[in-house]
Write a protein that binds this ligand. Structure first.
Ligand code: IMP
Length: 433
């Protein structure tokens, strides 16, 4: 019985949704611990196709519990839309979905604040998802945010008055306009009430019963507020450490980390990206990998695999084992490039720099490795991969020091190679596919 954290090792969109969906039958519950409806993943199963933003993909598995932890910022309309979508698809949610009473409420007005901030930044904009994520976390850190517990409190109007006053001080909204929105907020509270609970206590009780819990990170390491390519990051802790803070499960109860690494790199939004490709290879990756945002539909920027970033992600998250995704997207290249270091201001560096301006000046030190012409798409055994693809995997292991235990060769659950790797077996209760 292990409590395992799944995180993205790049700038998000590594394919965590598929991996969580695949291994979650080995767990009793899946917990989201940060972010909000800026995240998004697509899950394909049989003839069904789901895009989820707030609710973990575990909800598609009968009996699986899903928790939206205290570290999240939750938009009630987005939450209801997702519930309605699940109901329309015949997914029985019942009492399997629980929202932390400590989670913050993301009010629709925050999206407008997000957009205005971006406009004022001009060329320096972050390229956010415009969902209001930044403002929600700002209010949380300023200790005047609205939490689920506030939404259910009998003096909600007073609490909203306080928030409206605070926003007024910031020149971010008209008090009367805010308060006019109250009836809608009351309606949300009524619909949310059955889902809201003390999830810290619930998770502790489940652990006492011996339940294994899976923690699903959203976004990726390089978008983490502290460890990412600041300021071009999201406003939450998307690294493994965030799992403890954002769920109320102590770090001593987390057993290990599965890092999800895409076989190449993508990024949405602005900010430095040393291995970005502006040529045909980049377009090939975008088209073949269907690299368009699940949440915003934006085309993703594409580039070669960045091993500087991957090593950094292993260090910051304590990655025990790697799930390598979208290997099949590299099918058809004569040669593939790997970034092993950066060259900045005439100096070669092997570590991910803190300064975004320095990262923007970094030129990738690229090594060419042979590509493969045989398809890896849909291959189900490691031995059946072309030799060059196996070498590519081996190189990633050697560079990161973490074994690659899963290899995804297509979007479907079934299109996955599960390797016999002891640490992975420990962290997934012996999951074998
Ligand atoms: P925000 O989270 O909307 O504030 O956006 C901040 C940065 O994170 C922008 O570069 C977004 O494109 C990026 N971002 C947020 N969520 C995701 C995600 O789920 N996948 C990839 N990028 C994301």
């Amino acid at each position: 019985m292990a409590n395992t954290v799944v995180i993205g090792m790049q700038w998000g969109d590594e394919g965590k949704g598929k991996i969580v969906d695949l291994i979650c039958p080995s767990f009793g519950a899946v917990v989201r611990y940060q972010g909000g409806h800026n995240a998004g993943h697509t899950v394909k199963f049989e003839d069904r196709h789901f895009a989820l933003h707030l609710v973990p993909s575990g909800i598609l598995h009968a009996g699986m519990r899903c928790v939206l932890g205290n570290g999240m910022v939750i938009s009630p309309p987005a939450f209801f839309e997702e519930l309605d979508g699940l109901a329309a698809a015949g997914v029985e949610v019942g009492d399997r979905l629980v929202v932390s009473d400590r989670a913050h409420v993301l009010l629709p007005h925050y999206a407008e604040l997000d957009r205005r901030r971006e406009e004022s930044l001009g060329d320096d904009r972050i390229g956010t998802t415009s969902r209001g994520i930044g403002p929600a976390y700002e209010l949380k850190a300023a200790r005047c945010g609205l939490r689920m517990a506030d939404l259910l409190a009998s003096d909600l109007p007073t609490r909203l008055e306080r928030l409206a006053a605070e926003l007024g001080h910031r020149g971010a909204g008209d008090r009367d306009e805010w308060l006019a929105g109250l009836p809608a907020v009351r309606g949300w509270a009524e619909r949310l009430a059955p889902f809201v609970d003390d999830t810290t206590g619930l998770l502790a009780a489940w652990r006492r019963e011996g339940m294994a819990i899976l923690f699903e990170g959203a976004q990726g390491t390089l978008l983490d507020l502290d460890h990412g390519s600041y300021p071009y990051v999201t406003s939450s802790s998307s690294t493994a450490g965030g799992a403890a803070v954002g769920s109320g499960v102590p770090p001593t109860h987390l057993d290990g980390v599965l890092g999800v690494l895409k076989a190449y790199t993508t990024r949405v939004g602005e900010g430095p990206f040393p291995t970005e490709l502006h040529d045909e290879a980049g377009s090939y990756l975008r088209q073949r990998g269907n690299e368009f945002g699940t949440t915003t539909g934006r085309p993703r920027r594409c580039g070669w695999l960045d091993l500087v970033a991957a090593r950094y992600a292993c260090e910051v998250n304590g990655v025990d084992t790697i799930a390598l995704t979208k290997l099949d997207v590299l099918d058809g290249f004569d040669e593939i490039k790997l970034c092993v270091a950066y060259r900045v201001d005439g100096e070669e560096i092997r570590r991910f720099p803190a300064d975004a301006a320095k990262l923007a000046r970094a030129k990738p030190v690229l090594e060419s490795v042979p590509g493969w012409t045989d398809e890896t798409a849909g291959v189900l055994a490691h031995d059946a991969l072309p030799a060059a693809a196996r070498d590519y995997v081996a190189r990633i292991q050697a560079e990161t020091g973490a074994p690659v235990s899963l290899i995804s060769t297509g979007p479907r659950r079934e299109e996955t190679i599960v390797r016999d790797e002891p640490r992975f077996a420990e962290l997934t209760g012996g999951f074998a596919g």
